[in-house]
Every structure is written in structure tokens, then in C-alpha cells.
Unconditional design. Structure first.
Length: 239
């Protein structure tokens, strides 16, 4: 009886020691790790100043009225290239972006034709410039905007009579601009845009006298449509 009890104690002790040894060989349990939340994507900021360059194309439409002969002639020119620079500033409040922008462009836009008598008349826009306010809605990196303000243009108008004698007059016009555009933030420092503008200038009196002499008195209006693409370097905006 005692021998049986001793054997039972020995078996239980052996099993206990084996269990302890096996447990020691198992890898230690690790505390559960809480999942790391990913940082939210940064919201693009349009606040700050910028300078840029742009190129594009435009077309003039001029109307000539002759108070003496009673003629009224309207000419639409073909597309001409344009290019120049700009500077501006934006301030963003939530999705609303307010700004001001000025630009200057050299242009190759021309219109010409003949009046009801047969005289040749034409207008060449040598440069134009605008100062406009901008109002836009920001969808993170995409800005949709409209603009409006003052416009200026340097024109050279020419008149050639039936005898081939010519006269010209150059002056600066004042008018207004309205436009719409899209701008995309490539990075916090660079953005690209495409824009459509309509420029309108009021009546400008003209008086020509050629060597014949032939006198021609007229008044002209000028409108222009432009499409421009550009790249802006932005600075001073929060990162």
C-alpha cells in the first residue's frame, strides 16, 4: 500500500515538473498594442502672395463709326498670341478664397477691314493690363474662381485712304474685365491655372489726316476675348 502511494506521488511530481519545463519553453505573452490612428491628410492653403507667368491667345473685335458718312463697321480679328506676368495675393476663410491680382501682357491681336467707302482701317493691341479682384471656392487643391475689375490697353489704329496714303494714331484705352478660371495646387509653393477673360473698352474718338490730304473722323470701341494658361510661384502661405 505504501509502495503504491509512493509511486503515485512520484508520478504526480514528474508530471508537474514536465508541465513547468514545457511552459518555460513557450514564448512570453505580449500586451496587446493599440492601433495607431493615421494622421489626417493636410488641407491645402491658398492664403499668401504669388507671382507668375502666363501665355495664351486672344482675338479683338472693333467697331468703327463714321459720324460724317454714317457708316458703322465691325471687324473681328484672327487669334493672336499673348504672354506676360502677374502678381497677386489670396486670403482663405474655410472654402472661401478672396484675392486681388494684377497682370501685364504683350499681345499680337489685330483687326482690320475696309469701310463702306473702301478705306482700309485697322486696330492693333500692343499690350494690355488688368487689376482685378478674385472670388473663389476651394476644394482642397482645386480653386474655382471668378474675377472682375479694371482693364487697360495700348492700341495703334491705322487708316489708309483710296489713294494709298496712311495715317496712324496710338493711345491707351481704359475699360473693364470679367473672367473665370481654374487653379490647381501642384505643391504648397506652385500652382497652375487656366483662365478665360473678356475685356471691353469704351468709345475712343479718332481723327486721321493723310497726305492727300484726306480727313477721316471716327470713333471706335474695342472688345477682346482671351484664354490664358499659367504657373504661379506661391510664398508666404502657411505650411
Amino acid at each position: 500500500m505504501q509502495a503504491c502511494a509512493a509511486a503515485l506521488v512520484f508520478a504526480v511530481g514528474f508530471a508537474f515538473c514536465s508541465a513547468v519545463a514545457t511552459a518555460a519553453d513557450l514564448p512570453a505573452l505580449r500586451a496587446p498594442v493599440a492601433p495607431v490612428a493615421s494622421a489626417p491628410a493636410a488641407i491645402y492653403s491658398w492664403t499668401g502672395f504669388y507671382v507668375g507667368g502666363q501665355v495664351g491667345a486672344g482675338a479683338n473685335r472693333s467697331s468703327w463709326s463714321d459720324p460724317f458718312g454714317g457708316g458703322n463697321n465691325t471687324f473681328t480679328g484672327g487669334a493672336g498670341v499673348l504672354g506676360g506676368g502677374l502678381l497677386g495675393a489670396n486670403y482663405q476663410w474655410n472654402a472661401l478664397v478672396l484675392g486681388v491680382e494684377g497682370d501685364f501682357n504683350w499681345t499680337g491681336m489685330k483687326t482690320n477691314g475696309t469701310d463702306f467707302v473702301g478705306d482700309t482701317i485697322g486696330t492693333e493691341t500692343q499690350w494690355n493690363s488688368t487689376v482685378a479682384g478674385r472670388v473663389g471656392a476651394a476644394f482642397n487643391r482645386l480653386l474655382v474662381y471668378g474675377k472682375g475689375g479694371a482693364a487697360f490697353a495700348r492700341d495703334r489704329s491705322t487708316f489708309t485712304d483710296l489713294a494709298g496714303n496712311s495715317a496712324s494714331s496710338a493711345f491707351t484705352r481704359t475699360g473693364w474685365i470679367a473672367g473665370i478660371g481654374l487653379e490647381y495646387g501642384i505643391s504648397q509653393d506652385w500652382s497652375a491655372k487656366i483662365e478665360y477673360d473678356y475685356l471691353s473698352f469704351g468709345m475712343q474718338p479718332l481723327n486721321f489726316t493723310t497726305a492727300t490730304p484726306t480727313a477721316y473722323a471716327s470713333s471706335t470701341t474695342l472688345n477682346a476675348q482671351e484664354i490664358k494658361a499659367g504657373v504661379n510661384l506661391r510664398f508666404g502661405s502657411p505650411q
